[in-house]
Write a protein that binds this ligand. Structure first.
Ligand code: GLA
Length: 387
């Protein structure tokens, strides 16, 4: 389900009257397991999807970014010398934020006419924003003739979120958008950025992504609240143990020992993160061995922990995962991404995938009154310059 590159080129020409000089693309992602662990220096296991954001661009002689978002039919301009947020056209912030971070690194920046065209579903937890950031980065790299190394590129995208946009996110989304590989999931250690590509090749099983089509209300404030709650748990355990900076540094035993030293909420947040790290390591082994049943059970356990301890699911997400688990051929189902709405990921027997999808959509609508959406994608490749 890649975006049509020829269509992006044609749209660029129609808008700017000349041919694009470079065309780049970057994918969205779905997280298989390892949720809300990245900013705790833990483990994640996402895969890139075949849905992409494409940017076609041409250098300008001045310092202006002149952008056209074709999907939305919106236009915006920004100056490379005055890199501020644009409340009226917030989508351009991702491009300007990337320019801002590149400028801090002293990389050469060129003004450009640029066209953005994409098919990563927006605002449903499949990282359309990371895809735009990584596509914008590829564009600046291509026009400026430089290249950042894997983790550097992803860290830059994370700083755009943290510093330019004020969201305390981790590094997972940008990392997988940049470094994903066709046919593979990516296991990442978010402390030292070492990663391993693991083939997604279950005999007779595949991933089905389903969208609750429910807006993710208050994601920003609730996300930052979770980050702060993890910090509270760390502070209590560090004071007791005399060491440790992130939840990654503590075991369940450490947490139990410190139970009385923190309120119940940070205790439960920490319990989710510590157990989720364990599940993610187990899940990698299950993926390597092609064990669908084992991975499915880990996905179910992850979802329960996200619901009970981390409290980032919603009525719609819980309904969709409950329906999924009741259907024939389902090995496991969980919410994916930040939560509070958005998508689920399901591991399903290939022979039953079609009937699973149909029944999931029908029963979800019956119970919620909302029309859901199936998103079909194999594991896709990471960001690249295509022309
Ligand atoms: C969002 C963030 C990621 C990660 C997930 C939750 O997608 O951007 O860094 O924290 O939520 O796992």
């Amino acid at each position: 389900m890649s975006v049509d590159i020829d269509k992006a080129k044609a749209c660029f020409e129609a808008e700017f009257g000349v041919a694009a000089e470079t065309v780049v693309r970057a994918p969205g992602r779905v997280n298989i397991i390892g949720e809300h662990t990245d900013y705790n220096h833990g483990f994640v296991l996402p895969m890139a999807i075949e849905h992409n954001t494409v940017v076609a661009a041409r250098r300008r002689s001045d310092r202006t970014l002149n952008a056209f978002a074709a999907n939305m039919n919106r236009r915006a301009q920004a100056s490379l010398d005055n890199r501020i947020r644009n409340d009226a056209e917030p989508w351009i912030d991702y491009v300007v934020g990337v320019a801002d971070e590149l400028d801090k690194l002293g990389q050469p920046l060129h003004g450009a006419d640029l066209l953005i065209l994409g098919n990563v579903p927006l605002g449903c937890g499949l990282s359309s924003s990371a895809a735009l950031e990584m596509a914008a980065l590829c564009m600046f790299e291509s026009l400026g003739g430089f290249r950042l190394e894997g983790a550097e590129a992803a860290r830059l995208g994370q700083r755009v979120e943290n510093l330019f946009l004020g969201l305390s996110t981790g590094i997972m989304d940008q990392f997988i958008s940049r470094c994903g590989k066709t046919g593979h999931g990516l296991f990442l250690d978010c402390r030292d950025f070492r990663y391993d590509l693991i083939p997604v090749a279950f005999p007779g099983a595949l991933f089905v992504i389903a969208n609750t089509c429910c807006a993710r209300g208050l994601t920003k404030s609730k996300y930052n609240e979770r980050v702060a709650e993890c910090g509270e748990a760390v502070a209590a355990m560090t004071a007791h143990k005399g060491a440790g900076t992130h939840l990654r540094d503590f075991t369940l035993d450490d947490l139990e020992t410190c139970r009385e030293l923190m309120p119940d909420t940070p205790f439960r947040r920490a319990r989710h993160v510590i157990t989720e790290n364990e599940r993610t390591l187990d899940a990698c082994e299950a993926m390597r061995l092609g064990q669908a049943e084992r991975l499915g059970a880990l996905m179910n356990a992850s979802d329960e922990s996200l619901c009970r301890d981390y409290e980032v699911t919603s009525f719609e997400l819980d309904t969709m995962t409950a329906v999924a688990r009741s259907l024939p051929g389902c090995f496991g189902a969980r919410m994916t991404g930040a939560g509070f709405g958005g998508c689920t990921i399901n591991l399903v027997a290939e022979a039953q995938a079609e009937s699973f999808g149909q029944a999931l959509m029908a029963q979800y609508t019956e119970r919620t009154g909302i029309q859901g959406e199936l998103i079909v994608s194999k594991p896709g490749g990471g960001a690249e310059i295509v022309k």
